[in-house]
Design a protein around this ligand. Structure first.
Ligand code: HXC
Length: 259
């Protein structure tokens, strides 16, 4: 068996806490803005996590107390031509899609600004927990561009078309509390409690059958893109697949023996 080699990262801190992989964007002097190297490293760490069965959940957060991620790198974007911009969008999409389709649940612990590409990174995650100081938004139009790492698609699917249009057209930032009220984040906690809360949720998930969680994530993701009958058909397959795993036998037996 070929074990994945842990790469050395320049812009990412990678840590294992029990069954949870913690990925921290580590470019605090630029508020964790994502240049091409950050995107490539994020993509690479997702590959490592994907192939490790002992990891049951993932937390993505930012180093520092100010920013989760302030978006794509504006200095870089100020200099590029349309073809380079296309590559930047494509590479960002690939990285975000890896997170969205990862075979484990991903929690974004939003510890401050999550703007533009930073908000899109949170949107590609399955669950968002924000600290009280977090500010989220898609300010791209203010820079003469539209969201380019999935914001026009995922934001509308998460908060609805009308709110997504309001946020994207105005470019305004919303507080953690407002984000909670529109369903953009799942929960708001004090900043010092953020990692504790994210880890508690990760642990709660990790107690369950990894296959059942994985199948559920896949079914929700595929289903939301499909008509209801396609989604329901997939659910029958996913559900039946769970019966091929020892987890089901053991967990159901344990339940019955407790009685
Ligand atoms: C590059 C960035 C950056 C970014 C901040 N910095 N955001 N560098 N790209 N997105 C840098 C600043 O230049 C500065 O560097 C340092 O980080 C600290 O930022 P300040 O602006 O001095 O901090 P503050 O005054 O507290 O303001 C915080 C802020 C502001 C409100 C978050 O930084 C901001 O508005 N940032 C840009 C947010 C944004 O528009 N994001 C969307 C980008 S477009 P120095 O070296 O001067 O100290 C995008 C497109 C995605 O994401 C799709 C791509 C295909």
């Amino acid at each position: 068996v070929c074990k994945p080699r842990m790469a050395e990262y320049k812009y990412i801190l990678y840590e294992r806490i029990d069954h949870t992989a913690v990925v921290r964007l580590n470019r605090p002097e630029k508020l964790n803005a994502m240049n091409l190297d950050v995107i490539a490293e994020l993509s690479s760490v997702m590959d490592t996590i994907s192939s490790d069965d002992s990891i049951k959940a993932v937390i993505i957060t930012g180093v520092g107390e100010k920013a989760f991620c302030a978006g794509a790198d504006i200095e870089y974007m100020s200099k590029i031509n349309p073809l380079e911009a296309e590559q930047y969008a494509i590479k960002g999409h690939a990285s975000m899609s890896k997170i969205e389709n990862l075979n484990k649940p991903v929690i974004a612990a939003v510890n401050g600004y999550a703007l533009g590409g930073g908000c899109e990174l949170a949107l590609a995650s399955d669950i968002r927990i924000a600290s009280k100081n977090a500010m989220l938004g898609q300010p791209e139009v203010n820079l003469g561009i539209c969201p380019g790492w999935g914001g026009t698609q995922r934001l509308a699917r998460i908060v609805g078309v009308a709110k997504a249009k309001e946020l994207i057209f105005t470019g305004k930032r919303v507080s953690a509390e407002e984000a909670l009220s529109i369903g953009l984040v799942n929960k708001v906690v004090e900043l010092p409690k953020l990692m504790e809360e994210a880890l508690a949720m990760a642990n709660e998930i990790a107690k369950n059958s990894a296959l059942a969680v994985r199948v559920s994530k896949m079914l929700i993701n595929r289903g939301i893109e499909s008509d209801i009958n396609t989604g329901l058909g997939l659910e029958v397959w996913g559900w039946s697949l769970c019966f091929s795993h020892i987890d089901r036998t053991e967990r159901m037996t344990r339940f019955l023996q407790k009685k």
